[in-house]
Design a protein around this ligand. Structure first.
Ligand SMILES: Nc1ncnc2c1ncn2[C@@H]1O[C@H](COP(=O)(O)OP(=O)(O)OP(=O)(O)O)[C@@H](O)[C@H]1O
Length: 229
């Protein structure tokens, strides 16, 4: 389980995260939802140790952040970070050489799933295809948790559908997924838990199925209550 406990983050004089606490469990898809600037990416960066927090604690399977913990977590940033001149096949080889946890079989399955041509150069990929390749790089390692920053940003409807499909496929297995989005769209029926953020605070944290069956509300209904009370 990823546990975020009372974290606070300040940029200069302004708090961008204020006492943020939530958990993301293995075998579940947890979604951090909020408008632009709510603090979603800052939380992912804090979990990855890429930005320091002023106070609070982050635990992964009960352990504080550290090298052994990072081997359990893969991070898919909101853009590809590979050299643009590389072919996809070269990018895959680079990842296999670099990461002990790289699972070449899963990488191949993902390449087939997204129908990617590994002879293409990364720099020539369309935005949607680049997002798919980015997901291949994030999902191929044998990590127990996957963090994804806005996997749907700027992508056309059919590519979004394909990316959404991967979340309900066996390619995710029993891993814990924590992703961010500012538009819930087709993810609504795929996510288990929603953590709605507003202005650096948690506005609501709930089990989507429970709220649907007990209160008849969708994630968007709850978002309206948080943003337009
Ligand atoms: N390096 C930085 N220096 C100063 N302020 C920053 C920095 N990075 C982020 N912020 C501020 O922190 C707040 C939260 O930013 P963050 O990127 O976490 O939001 P977000 O919810 O991911 O937004 P988006 O949906 O637009 O990606 C914003 O007000 C942003 O301007």
């Amino acid at each position: 389980m990823i546990e975020v406990r009372n974290i606070r983050k300040r940029y200069r004089m302004r708090y961008v995260l204020q006492d943020v606490s939530f958990t993301a469990e293995k075998g579940q898809i947890t979604c951090l939802i909020g408008m632009n600037g709510a603090g979603k990416s800052t939380i992912l960066k804090a979990i990855m140790g890429l930005t320091p927090v002023k106070s609070g604690q982050i635990l992964i399977d009960g352990q504080p952040l550290g090298k052994s913990v990072y081997e359990k977590v893969a991070f898919v940033p909101d853009h590809l970070t590979m050299p643009l001149g590389m072919k996809l096949s070269e990018g895959l080889r680079f990842m296999a050489d670099f990461y002990d946890s790289w699972n070449p079989q899963r990488a191949e399955e993902l390449i087939r799933f997204f129908k990617l041509d590994t002879k293409e150069r990364i720099g020539n990929l369309s935005k949607g295809t680049a997002a798919k390749f980015n997901l291949v790089l994030g999902l191929a390692p044998n990590s127990e948790y996957v963090l994804m920053d806005e996997p749907f940003s700027g992508i056309d409807m059919f590519s979004r559908e394909m990316i959404a499909e991967v979340f309900s496929s066996e390619l995710i297995e029993e891993r814990g997924v924590l992703l961010t989005t500012h538009e819930i769209g087709e993810m609504e029926h795929l996510i288990d838990r929603a953590v709605i953020m507003r202005d650096g605070k948690i506005g609501m944290d709930f089990d989507c199925e429970q709220v649907r069956s007990e209160e008849g509300k969708s994630v968007i209904d709850v978002m309206r209550e948080v943003y337009l009370p």
